[in-house]
Design a protein around this ligand. Structure first.
Ligand SMILES: *[C@@H]1O[C@H](CO)[C@@H](O)[C@H](O)[C@H]1NC(C)=O
Ligand SMILES: *[C@@H]1O[C@H](CO)[C@@H](O)[C@H](O)[C@H]1NC(C)=O
Ligand SMILES: *[C@@H]1O[C@H](CO)[C@@H](O)[C@H](O)[C@H]1NC(C)=O
Length: 314
């Protein structure tokens, strides 16, 4: 449409100007890309029929109006140059392009004869916009709703995909928001939004913690052990946050690490399972070592407990 109009306008002008040869009357229309900091040449060459000795050729941008006339540069003269590779070329060289050069440019001859139109896009890598994005640490109560947001800038506009875990596996969600409802404790993880365009990509990590109050379970509520024999008792603790977990022995002693009498271990129950195994290994010495052992987990404002009864096997 635009091309058509320009062509008929040009034809009209040539008719009025009594020129016989219409020649290469199509103005050049191009879209060019330049990376930030690089140089770019915008093409412009005279249509046959216009005299390169007398014509005046100007470059104009949609942002800055007239930039050049002939070889003269009006603006950004340390970054702009008119390069005449031949007598009928008036190419515009932009050096070390910055964002301000992203504009639409027109190269015109006298009487507004359009010679070329260039849409220049200044490309740059995706960049996270902290103001429009979730903070790197997000908490949500179990059963609640959470929305993680990432905002990127970049040219071309970056595509956003969501990844989960340390291995960053895709979860099939695209776009700036990751919305989760009825959040389960197992959703606790690191979520990464990746902004990607043709220049490169950028990853932004958000640690989601699903809060729930502490819980403790024991494997077996009662165990039977011969005097002098080894035995192992184990509990599972869960909670977010989970500040502490330990056993309290039959004598009321709190066991948080291995002591001469006990081997004490805690180990995570698995990836994405917010639970731990808390294990106590010992040998019954005297009859006093039989009785109740309590596993405790300390969370926010709450301590959860479960007991194991160790009974002497005769
Ligand atoms: C340049 O022109 C195109 C199409 O005519 C338009 O979509 C775009 O917004 C313009 N760009 C600028 C920077 O003016
Ligand atoms: C971004 O997504 C659009 C549409 O889904 C696709 O056409 C385009 O190729 C993608 N670009 C990149 C850089 O992945
Ligand atoms: C602790 O573990 C070590 C190595 O497995 C074992 O030799 C020792 O008997 C254990 N001690 C107790 C008190 O269970």
């Amino acid at each position: 449409m635009v091309v058509m109009m320009e062509r008929s306008f040009l034809a009209g002008f040539l008719l009025v100007g009594n020129l016989l040869s219409v020649g290469d009357a199509n103005p050049q229309e191009v879209k060019l890309y330049v990376r930030r900091g690089e140089n770019i040449m915008l093409p412009c060459h005279l249509t046959s029929g216009l005299d390169p000795e007398t014509v005046s050729v100007r470059w104009k941008s949609s942002k800055d109006s007239y930039l050049t006339s002939g070889k003269r540069v009006f603006k950004y003269d340390n970054q702009i140059e008119v390069v005449k590779t031949s007598t009928n070329h008036w190419n515009l060289l932009i050096k070390a392009a910055t964002d301000k050069f992203a504009a639409n440019y027109t190269c015109t001859a006298d009487q507004n004869v359009l010679l070329s139109r260039v849409q220049l896009l200044v490309l740059f890598a995706p960049k996270i916009e902290y103001g429009g994005s979730s903070s790197p640490k997000v908490n949500v109560d179990e059963g609640g709703t959470v929305e993680l947001t990432c905002e990127f800038t970049g040219e071309p506009v970056p595509n956003i995909t969501w990844l989960r875990g340390d291995d960053k596996h895709p979860i099939g969600i695209t776009g700036s928001k990751l919305f989760m409802r009825h959040v389960k404790r197992y959703a606790t993880d690191v979520y990464t939004c990746r902004g990607k365009n043709s220049v490169s990509f950028y990853d932004y990590a958000i640690n989601l913690a699903v809060k729930f109050s502490v819980e403790v379970d024991v494997m077996e509520k009662t165990i039977y052990v011969k005097r002098g024999a080894m035995f192992t008792i184990s509990c599972i603790t869960q909670g977010e946050p989970l500040y502490d977990m330990y056993w309290i022995d039959v004598h009321g002693v709190k066991v948080t690490s291995s002591m001469w009498k006990y081997n004490f271990t805690t180990e995570p129950a698995g990836a994405n399972v917010p639970a731990n195994f808390v294990t106590l290994e010992t040998r019954t010495g005297t009859q006093n070592d039989f009785g109740k052992y309590t596993c405790e987990a300390k969370g926010e404002g709450r301590v959860a407990k479960a007991t194991v009864e160790v009974i002497e096997l005769n």
